[in-house]
Design a protein around this ligand. Structure first.
Ligand code: FAD
Length: 459
């Protein structure tokens, strides 16, 4: 909880401290220094004792070596789960940003870990390169994105973590480790998805591809028809996803494919706020009249939403999400997707759950990273959202057990209720990560309460 200067002075008065002149001045100065941190949705808040943003790598190493208490790295605060909050030191890499280099032969690039994904597209394009795939937004930092296995959609495309070919890690002891498939491979294997629990990542090498143009087409279809047609749709499109509209029979379908079309049809700009506001209005006024609600939603969505964009790939993949929400996402075996989506939509309708954000249903290729949600299996990702002004607990509590039925693994950066005991059963190489963490950070410098709970670490 954040305290204002006035509140600190009031509480100090109540404690009888105001009589001590020097004490009052000190308290007032301390109140000025309290800067709360919040994540994007506002659902996670903390008051770190110290906030640091080192100017360079050498200063960062000094900070890690010199800090006695806990340190949590923060990217751009776009995780919904409590990965970041700390009352110790909050460490930002906002000054370690930009491209370090690229190689036209291997089609690889190296970036400072604090670079926002939004700032990677242009320098990559100048080098004739592009990311293999991208997530729905590009506000994340590179280190933040790989730390939670952030992903886009497409059954032949892995998460950002799976495209990492090397990285530099600063350990709790201040050791600087460069690792890749041949140098310290045991650390590289686990560090590609690490939740910030192994150390501070300062540089990342990525496998890219030649720059390309992409065509995104969005249309509205019957949800059931899209689900039935899914095998064809994901075979014929490189990137495909659907967004079923809760309480209705329709869904947005989005197909994105490489194109040689040189004529740009730019993203019209603006965010999704107006569309979400309309869904909210329909939800508010027709929620207790399900047939009217479904009819209004079908009409609104069919009339309002369509899109046809052609541009450089990085301008097409990234969207603007300007209506804040909280989110829960689980990753399921790919074949389980349609059945799980149907069950969620049925539950929402039968229980008339109070939510209006569309469901999100995507595909991600499996990988071999121990703590990746995609470890060892091709996956579909299903997420539910709740407007940041509405309580998400009841809604998510009705949906989460459905994900469990289908052997879902929660997205590390999104909300869930699982603990270490439950999570360890979902990851075949769980122990490998725990052993690496204990060796690299025996004193738990890079942990917070949430990480202790999900990893089962007591130090
Ligand atoms: C609107 C919105 C849309 C989203 N869309 C998608 C999507 O399409 N696909 C998807 O998979 N996810 C999505 N997410 C989730 C988001 O991509 C992840 O939670 C991501 O990890 C956030 O990155 P960040 O830079 O904000 O990192 P933060 O949330 O600040 O931190 C995430 C983790 O990274 C660690 N970390 C950060 N920097 C470092 C470092 N230098 N060294 C070590 N550890 C570090 C932190 O300690 C923390 O554990 C979305 C989130 C929002 C709010």
């Amino acid at each position: 909880m954040a305290l204002t200067r006035r509140e600190v002075m009031q509480q100090a008065g109540a404690l009888g401290l105001l009589g001590a002149g020097g004490g009052l001045a000190r308290l007032a100065r301390a109140a000025d220094r309290i800067i709360p941190w919040r994540n994007w949705s506002g659902g996670q808040v903390c008051i770190p004792a110290v906030r640091v943003a080192p100017q360079d790598e050498a200063e960062l190493v000094d900070v890690v070596r010199g800090t006695k208490g806990a340190i949590r790295a923060v990217g751009s605060g776009h995780s919904f789960s409590a990965l970041v909050p700390t009352d110790g030191t909050l460490l930002s890499l906002s000054n370690l940003s930009g491209m370090i280099g690229s190689d036209p032969q291997t089609l690889q690039s190296e970036f400072w870990a604090g670079t926002r994904v939004a700032d990677m597209g242009e320098p990559l394009l100048k080098a004739g390169l592009a990311m293999l795939n991208m997530a729905d937004i590009d506000y994340q930092t590179l280190a933040g994105a790989i730390s939670t296995s952030t992903h886009g959609t497409g059954p032949t495309f892995g998460s950002y973590s799976s495209t990492v070919v090397g990285l530099r890690l600063v350990t709790a002891a201040g050791e600087v480790i460069d690792c890749d498939a041949s140098n310290r491979p045991e650390i590289f294997r686990v560090a590609r998805t690490s939740l910030g629990a192994l150390g501070i990542i300062t540089r990342v090498k990525l496998q890219n591809r030649r720059a390309f143009r992409a065509h995104e087409k969005i249309w509205v279809g019957k949800t059931e028809e899209l689900l039935e047609d899914m095998p064809r749709l994901i075979k014929e499109n490189q990137h495909f996803e659907i967004n079923p509209i809760l309480h209705s029979d329709v869904a947005l379908a989005t197909a994105t494919n490489e194109t040689d079309d040189p004529h740009t049809r730019p993203n019209p700009g603006g965010g999704d706020g107006d569309g979400v506001a309309a869904l909210m209005a329909i939800n508010t006024y027709a929620r207790n009249h399900p047939k009217v609600q479904a009819a209004l939603l079908d009409t609104f969505v069919k009339r309002m939403i369509s899109s046809d964009v052609v541009d450089d790939s990085f301008r097409v993949f990234a969207h603007v999400r300007d209506q804040r929400f909280n989110e829960m996402e689980y990753e399921l075996p790919a074949d389980a997707g349609p059945a799980c989506v149907r069950e969620i939509l049925k539950t929402v309708r039968e229980q008339n759950l109070n939510s209006f954000f569309p469901l999100e249903y995507r595909y991600v290729k499996g990988d071999d990273i121990p703590l990746s949600m995609f470890n060892g299996r091709d996956t579909c990702a299903i997420s539910v959202h709740q407007d940041y002004r509405l309580d998400f607990h009841n809604f998510f509590a009705q949906i989460e057990p459905i994900f469990w039925k289908y052997e879902g693994r929660p997205h590390w950066g999104k909300l869930h209720t699982l603990n270490a005991n439950q999570l360890s059963k979902l990851y075949p190489h769980w122990q490998d990560f725990l052993e690496a963490r204990a060796a690299l950070d025996p004193g738990g410098k890079f942990l917070n309460g949430h990480l202790r709970s999900i990893l089962g670490v007591t130090c």
